[in-house]
Design a protein around this ligand. Structure first.
Ligand code: SF4
Length: 532
């Protein structure tokens, strides 16, 4: 059997416009399940699969596609190509795209794996992908199985335990299938699941909260269960509902995966976790549902960071290890100091969504905006590059909440953050907002005006921050030709920071240089020159 995993994550209509230098952890994880059974597996980016010759499709007889909700068009194009060339092949779809149950009306596939997929795929491997496996009693006992419009939708009945990380090891070999692995940020799963099992006022009202008290206070949540089946977590996010409380990968496994990837030529590793500070939080074997109590496990985090920084420093080439994001509710001065010492110059993302305290509480954030500001200041004081994430058009948003957020962006963030990223709210299938049907803000011209003002303030903030980088020297790996400017190349800083356009009449792709920032091309791109 020849298996091809098609990585469509963030490809949207078929080609990534954003996060072009990122490689997610999911496809390597799936490849690892096949490697465990010594099967021939490869990974291909969806754009290469769609646009290149037919080698990928002709030489495979089983296709697994990994995608998010925004990647429907890319998935449709990939499936069209498979159906045209390999009519008898089987197609398995997985990833966040599957949280949308009506998907089967738009996309035809054989099996859709919802949520955690390792054991489902393993079951299919063991029966040689004979789908009658799902009619057996043992499958019915373990999985919930639904047939919709000719596709089977399969989901684990219960969240997999911590042993899952030892049972299935992500492939490190298949990183070489990505042509851009040597300059990309390669994500290594560290924690699965989220500790925010609080519910905000908006979903409590819409979902018919009966006032059992379980999630009244983020500090005291014990089980995360709700008698009314209202999903837990931030209203816009489906991680808590899909993956349950956090489970952490053991240090020796993280070390091995990071070492293997670096030995293959990866230069930038990102430790992937819905909340880095959930790493082994709480007493051993006890699940944590509170986003605030107990505090982060300082000893485990210190061990992890010390070991990984030693691995990083033993590499011949300059490499970086960074953290994806943290929950502000768990950030302390001590933690910021530890991260600053072990991962200097790393960037850290802090989700804040809004600076309006009232809206923040209503949408189910585990802490108030002031806590996010304080966390950002702790990191900033340690010389780390802090990025704040905001969302506009959220349910519950008001003219006032947009004005408050803009005011903070303009007048308070400059000393605490290096970058602000704002997204438009997108209803995610499986999220508390979507499941309970919390309505969107009523359409109002004034809301649109305030949103545009906020977006402009953020662009201005990011531009000003980039201007302050002029004169800095940044270790940068030259990744590709700049498609817009002649004789210029795009480089990515090894540690953190925006992409840099570098002029050179000689080919320099693949080289690492100390680049001096000499200008700002846009709020996302700097101009630099090679320092002698
Ligand atoms: S667990 Fe459910 S019923 Fe209990 S307080 Fe929370 S939302 Fe209300």
């Amino acid at each position: 059997m020849n298996v091809l995993i098609v990585d469509a994550l963030a490809a949207n209509e078929g080609r990534r416009k954003f996060s072009r230098d990122a490689i997610g952890a999911g496809p390597r994880l799936v490849a690892g399940v096949f490697e465990k059974y010594k099967l021939n597996v490869r990974i291909k980016r969806v754009e290469d699969f769609i646009e290149e010759n037919d080698e990928g499709v002709n030489s495979s007889d089983l296709f697994l596609i990994s995608a998010m909700s925004v990647d429907k068009v890319a998935v449709q194009k990939a499936i069209k190509k498979i159906s045209k060339k390999q009519q008898n092949s089987k197609i398995i779809l997985g990833g966040p795209i599957l949280s949308e149950k009506d998907l089967t009306k738009e996309i035809q596939f054989d099996v859709g794996v919802i949520g955690e997929g390792e054991r489902i795929i393993e079951g299919l491997i063991r029966c040689d992908f004979d789908f009658s496996f799902f009619q057996e009693q043992k499958s019915a006992d373990r999985f919930s199985i639904e047939k919709k419009n000719g596709s089977l939708l399969v989901k684990e009945k219960s969240i997999l335990g911590t042993g899952i990380f030892e049972e299935f090891i992500p492939s490190t070999e298949r990183i070489l299938d990505y042509p851009d692995y040597w300059f990309s940020k390669v994500y290594v799963e560290l924690v699965r699941g989220c500790s925010n099992h609080y519910r905000g006022e908006l979903v409590k009202t819409a979902g018919g909260c009966s006032g059992c008290g379980e999630c009244d206070d983020p500090d005291t949540i014990i089980t995360g269960d709700c008698p009314e089946n209202i999903p837990a977590g931030c209203g816009f996010c489906s991680v808590s509902a899909t993956f349950g409380p956090p489970r952490s990968k053991k240090l020796n496994q993280v070390e091995k995966e990071v070492e293997d990837l670096l030995s293959k030529g990866v230069r930038r590793i990102v430790l992937s976790a819905p909340g880095f500070l959930d790493y082994f939080r709480g007493r051993k074997k006890e699940e944590v549902y509170s986003p605030t109590k107990p505090e982060a496990n300082y000893a485990e985090i210190a061990n992890l960071l010390q070991s990984l920084s030693e691995i990083r420093d033993n590499q011949e080439e300059v490499c970086s290890i960074s953290i994806e994001n943290v929950k502000p509710s768990l950030v302390t001065k001590k933690i910021a100091n530890l991260i600053g010492k072990s991962l200097p110059k790393t960037s850290i993302s802090i989700g804040c969504e809004t600076f309006d305290t009232s809206l923040s509480n209503k949408i189910g954030r585990p802490s108030e905006p002031n806590t996010a500001l304080e966390a950002s200041r702790f990191f900033f004081d340690e010389g780390l590059s802090t990025q704040i994430y905001l969302i506009h058009s959220l349910p519950g948003e008001t003219v006032k909440s947009l004005e408050i957020t803009k005011e903070v962006v303009e007048n308070k963030l400059s000393n605490f953050a290096d970058k602000i990223t704002v997204y438009r709210y997108l209803s995610l299938p499986g999220s508390p907002f979507t499941v309970t049907g919390v309505p969107l803000p009523t359409k109002r011209h004034l809301l649109d005006i305030r949103r545009n003002e906020l977006k402009k303030a953020i662009i201005q903030f990011n531009l000003e921050k980039k201007k302050k980088m002029i004169g800095d020297e940044v270790i940068t790996i030259i990744a590709e030709k700049d498609k817009v400017r002649k004789n210029t190349f795009i480089g990515y800083p090894i540690f953190s920071g925006p992409a840099i356009s570098v002029y050179s009449e000689k080919p320099i792709i693949g080289n690492t240089y100390r680049i001096k920032v000499i200008g700002v091309i846009s709020d996302k791109l700097l101009e630099g020159e090679i320092s002698i």
